[in-house]
Write a protein that binds this ligand. Sequence first.
Ligand code: DC
Length: 216
Amino acid sequence: MNSPLLIHPKRIAIDGPAASGKGTLARRLALHFSLPHLDTGLLYRAVGAQCLERGALEDEAASVEIARALDISHLNPEALRSAGIGEAASVVAARPGVRTALLELQRHFAAQPGGAVLDGRDIGTVICPDAPAKLFVTATPEVRAQRRFSELEGRGEITSLETVLADIRKRDARDSGRSDAPLAMAEDAALLDTSNLGIEAAFAAALSLVEQALRA
Ligand code: DC
């Protein structure tokens, strides 16, 4: 007798440093596989933004309280993409209480029956260690700074390439150096360096790696 057809949920975990292209790839992969997508950086950005609004970025207890009360149905990605909010997000993301408060919400999103795409810093290592497909997307700091600079310029934010590069290096050090769930490549993740790839080539490479992982 044939065994019943098992449909495995397509859980796709994408991690990488700031401006590596992971967000764009995650969105494109979600579209390709018709899966829901969660940009987990937005959660930390939303907490950072609310802390800034209250003038309470240094207040750890307040940031944990804000994280516990976060409603992901009311996130406004456009309003959260500024450089200042990115920096505040990186500060609150280093606090274990904030990470714990956001953990279940992310795992719940990942556990949807058909699967989901999540991108962030600790998806393959902490949020979905059992995801069948994991990518670690990276690029040199210089390439990432150039991309982020163009993005900020397009949004009308006045800055310089040097400032953006310094911010990227600072954020890399903080995201990788924190003790709780630092930015790290999972042992079973596939590495994708997008330094020399345009968006179409990067997407083709990501898709091929994900399809390979889902078949394994
Ligand atoms: O990907 P992003 O630039 O929107 O993320 C903003 C900050 O949030 C980043 O500096 C680190 C933090 N973050 C995190 O610690 N864990 C995640 N899963 C996603 C983001």
